[in-house]
Design a protein around this ligand. Structure first.
Ligand SMILES: Cc1cc2nc3c(=O)[nH]c(=O)nc-3n(C[C@H](O)[C@H](O)[C@H](O)COP(=O)(O)OP(=O)(O)OC[C@H]3O[C@@H](n4cnc5c(N)ncnc54)[C@H](O)[C@@H]3O)c2cc1C
Length: 399
C-alpha cells in the first residue's frame, strides 16, 4: 500500500492531512461515484418514505463497504483500519445524504463480532454480514433507561435444559431496527452485585425472525429521516446458547470497550457534517444576491465562514488524531469521549451559523443545510450525551 500522503482540498486552501493515502483517495472516488449514481437520484424518495429500501443494503454489500475490516477468509478485504469508513463519512456528508440505518451495521455491529465471536460464530455470521444479507443493529437503550446502561431491565434466563436463553423486555431508539436481521441485544442474565451494579449484563446476537421478537413503531424523528429507528419487544424469545456473544455477565465491560469506536464514528461523522456545511454555505452565498450584491461580499459573511472554517480545521485535527489512535488500538474511552464532545459541539455551532447564511432557504428541507441541521442534532445525544462525555473526561482527570 502506498504511503504517499495526500493533501486534502478543503474550502479553498490545501491543508496537508496525514491520515489518508492514495488508496483511500481512490476509494473516495469510487464512493463518490456510487453516491452520485445510486443515492442522490432517489434520496428525496427515501426521505419521504422515512427509510432507505432494504435492497440498497445489498448494493452496499456488493460495493464491499461492509467487509473492509472483515478477514478475507470470511469474504472481506481484511484491512485492519477505520480509514475507509472515515472516507465514507466525509463523502456522504459532502453529498448531503446518508446510507440510512445501515450506518450502525459496521460502526456498532462489527466491533462486537470482531471482539467476541467464536470461530464458529464468525463462520456463521460474517459472510452474510459482508454481503448485506444479514444486517446488524445494537440494542442497549430501553424506554426507562439510556445513559444509565446498568439500569436496564430486559432479562435473559437460561432454560432448565441449558440449550437456550429466554429473552423478555423492550428496547427503544434502535437504529436500523426495522430492517435488522440480527440485533445485539443487551440483557440481564444475573442480578447486579451489591458492590458492582454493572455486573450481570450479557450480549446476544438475536435472530430477528425468532418467535416472540417483534418490531414496534418506526419512530418519527426530528432528523435522520432516512434512518429506520425502532422500538423492539421480546416476549419469551428463545435465543440459542450458541448466540451468546462473549462470556455471560461481562456485557457492561464489552460495551465500555466498544463504545470508544462508536464515539469516534460519531465524532468523525459530525466533523464531516460541519465541513460539508461550510461548503454548502460558501456555494450558496456566492450565488445569492441581496441588496444587489452577493451575500458573500458582506464582511459579516466572510467573517462567519472564516470562523467556521477555523473550527472545522480544529475538529478535523481532533477527528484525525482519534482515527489514528483507534487504528493503533490506543483510543482510550476518555479520548474518544473528548473527541465526541468537541467535534459534535463544533458541528452544532458551525452548522447553525452556515444555515443562518442561507436565510429562509436554510429552513427548507430541499436544501441540504436544513437536513444537516436536523441530522446533526442527535450527535450530542446518542452514543452517550455530551453530559455523559464530560463525566467520562472528568473521571479520567481524577475528578
Ligand atoms: C436517533 C437516535 C438513535 C439511537 N440509536 C440507538 C441505537 O442504535 N442503539 C441504542 O442502544 N441506543 C440508541 N439510541 C439511544 C441513545 O444512545 C440514548 O438516547 C442516549 O444514550 C441518552 O439516553 P436517554 O435518551 O435515555 O436520555 P437520559 O439518560 O434520560 O438523559 C436525559 C438527560 O439527562 C442527562 N443526564 C443523564 N445522566 C446524567 C448525569 N449523571 N449527570 C448529568 N446529566 C445527566 C443527559 O445528558 C440528558 O440531558 C438512539 C437515540 C436516538 C435519539
Amino acid at each position: 500500500m502506498s504511503k504517499r500522503l495526500v493533501g486534502s482540498v478543503t474550502q479553498g486552501a490545501v491543508v496537508r492531512r496525514t491520515v489518508f493515502n492514495e488508496d483511500h483517495e481512490a476509494f473516495r472516488e469510487t464512493v463518490r461515484a456510487f453516491i452520485e449514481a445510486e443515492v442522490v437520484p432517489v434520496y428525496d424518495e427515501w426521505f419521504a418514505a422515512g427509510q432507505a429500501p432494504r435492497d440498497f443494503y445489498y448494493k452496499l454489500g456488493e460495493l464491499g463497504v461492509f467487509g473492509i475490516r472483515v478477514p478475507e477468509e470470511f469474504g472481506g478485504a481484511g484491512i485492519d483500519s477505520h480509514k475507509f469508513e472515515a472516507v465514507m463519512y466525509e463523502e456522504t456528508a459532502r453529498a448531503g445524504v446518508s446510507f440510512g440505518g445501515s450506518g450502525v451495521h459496521v460502526l456498532l455491529g462489527l466491533p462486537y463480532i470482531e471482539m467476541l465471536a467464536t470461530d464458529e460464530q464468525k463462520k456463521r455470521f460474517l459472510p452474510k454480514f459482508v454481503s448485506g444479507e444479514e444486517m446488524w443493529a445494537l440494542a442497549m437503550t430501553e424506554p426507562g433507561t439510556g445513559s444509565d446502561v446498568a439500569g436496564m431491565k430486559t432479562t435473559a434466563k437460561l432454560s432448565a435444559d441449558g440449550t437456550h436463553y429466554v429473552l423478555n423486555g423492550a428496547k427503544t431508539f434502535i437504529t436500523g431496527g426495522v430492517h435488522a436481521d440480527r440485533v445485539i441485544v443487551c440483557a440481564r442474565t444475573s442480578a447486579p452485585r451489591e458492590d458492582d451494579r454493572r455486573f450481570g449484563i450479557s450480549l446476544f446476537a438475536v435472530d430477528t425472525k425468532s418467535a416472540g421478537y417483534s418490531v414496534g413503531r418506526k419512530l418519527d424523528k426530528l432528523g435522520l429521516k432516512v434512518s429506520d429507528t425502532a422500538e423492539l419487544a421480546f416476549v419469551d424469545v428463545e435465543v440459542p446458547v450458541d448466540d451468546l456473544l462473549g462470556e455471560e455477565n461481562k456485557g457492561f465491560h464489552y460495551l465500555g470497550h466498544n463504545l470508544a469506536s462508536e464515539r469516534w464514528g460519531i465524532a468523525f461523522g459530525a466533523y464531516a457534517q460541519a465541513k460539508a456545511a461550510v461548503r454548502f454555505a460558501k456555494e450558496y452565498v456566492q450565488e445569492r444576491a441581496v441588496f444587489g450584491k452577493p451575500v458573500a461580499s458582506f464582511q459579516n459573511t466572510k467573517f462567519e465562514l472564516a470562523a467556521c472554517q477555523a473550527e472545522v480545521d480544529a475538529a478535523e485535527a481532533v477527528a484525525d488524531r482519534a482515527l489514528e489512535a483507534l487504528d493503533a488500538g490506543e483510543l482510550t474511552p476518555a479520548e474518544a469521549a473528548s473527541a465526541k464532545l468537541f467535534c459534535t459541539e463544533v458541528a452544532h455551532r458551525v452548522i447553525d451559523r452556515c444555515l443562518q447564511l442561507h436565510g429562509g432557504y436554510g429552513f427548507m428541507n430541499e436544501y441540504p443545510i436544513a437536513r444537516l441541521y436536523a441530522d446533526n442534532r442527535v450527535n450530542r445525544i446518542y452514543g452517550g450525551t455530551s453530559e455523559v462525555m464530560k463525566m467520562i473526561i472528568a473521571k479520567s482527570m481524577g475528578l
